[in-house]
Ligand binder design. Structure first.
Ligand code: NAG
Length: 298
């Protein structure tokens, strides 16, 4: 038995080494029929595109890791120039386009193209829309792992239906949980249940339909920490939230007080005036002025 176990282990290891790219399946027209059977993470690429070539080794690693972690998500790639009609049916317009396809839904990935970020996205979107937190222990665990988390508190309600609807759209960005009131930490006080809360910045905010309007736009606004290291990508994302963005543009390598001091001031405003400003403002700093100078602000 031991020998057989070893053999199959070696065979597996050999398979992983010898054919890492085989863990990424090359997809063609037949994918249209077969996609519904599984959850797929697909890279739509064009052979001539430089960003696609850069993604390729990362994508192979994603394939290896998804397989070795036992994930049910299958990893594929499709030459969108050869299979252009199916690619356009999936709404592929630029290259590379990364999508997670789950039953008849297609979720776009827009984050940084690193192995860790892509895998995190795939596991988040492929998993349950709403993750139940049955105990205080689970809540603490999840809170340690996520700098921002959205939580529904209560039993079935129209607010919960709305929460599920919003989660199915915004799970591409963040996690959604549910719990009963007993699971909440002692510092949380709720005037009424059901409620939707966001935990972040060492505090929490309760969604108020009257003040915050639509739940979806509230989640979209609250999904960022109060203070961020802002890069071009984040700034672009923040543009969608309707928030005003106040950033210190500094040289992070410069230790002079002009740079470190400016950053601290913005951090302090973000922290000390949180209750006052968090609804409408996003705070942070950018390292270097290249991006901001090249940006055409509307
Ligand atoms: C740091 O910033 C100050 C003020 O902008 C500038 O005068 C100084 O030359 C910078 N130092 C370095 C090492 O870049």
């Amino acid at each position: 038995m031991a020998a057989a176990g070893l053999c199959s282990f070696l065979a597996t290891a050999f398979f992983l080494l010898a054919s890492s790219s085989a863990l990424v399946e090359e997809l063609d027209e037949t994918f249209k029929e077969t996609r519904q059977e599984d959850v797929w993470l697909v890279d739509f690429y064009a052979p001539w595109c430089g960003h696609c070539k850069k993604l390729e080794p990362v994508w192979n690693e994603v394939g290896i890791e998804m397989r070795s972690s036992g994930s049910p998500v299958r990893v594929g790639k499709m030459d969108a120039t050869v299979h252009s009609s199916i690619a356009s049916e999936f709404g592929v317009r630029g290259f590379p386009t990364i999508k997670l396809l789950k039953s008849d839904m297609a979720y776009n990935y827009r984050g940084p193209r690193t192995k860790e970020d892509i895998i995190e996205f795939a596991n988040r979107v492929a998993g349950p829309l709403i993750r139940p937190l049955p105990s205080q222990q689970m809540f603490d665990h999840v809170q340690k792992r996520h700098s921002v988390l959205f939580l529904y508190v209560g039993v079935e309600s129209t607010l919960k239906e709305k929460f599920i609807e919003v989660a199915s759209e915004l799970i591409v960005y963040t996690y959604f949980f549910s719990a009963s009131e007993e699971v909440l930490p002692e510092y949380v006080t709720l005037n009424e249940v059901p409620a939707v809360l966001v935990f972040k910045d060492s505090t929490y905010f309760v969604y108020d339909e009257y003040e915050d309007g639509d739940l979806s736009s509230w989640v979209n606004k609250e999904r960022f920490e109060g203070y961020l290291h802002v890069d071009g990508f984040t700034l672009y994302e923040l543009g969608d939230t309707g928030k005003l963005v106040a950033v210190a543009v500094i040289d992070e390598k410069n230790n002079s007080v002009e740079h470190t001091g400016l950053k601290s001031i913005v951090q302090e405003v973000a922290r000390d005036y949180r209750d006052h400003f968090h609804r409408d403002f996003q705070f942070g700093h950018m390292d270097g002025n290249d991006y901001i100078n090249s940006l055409l602000m509307e």
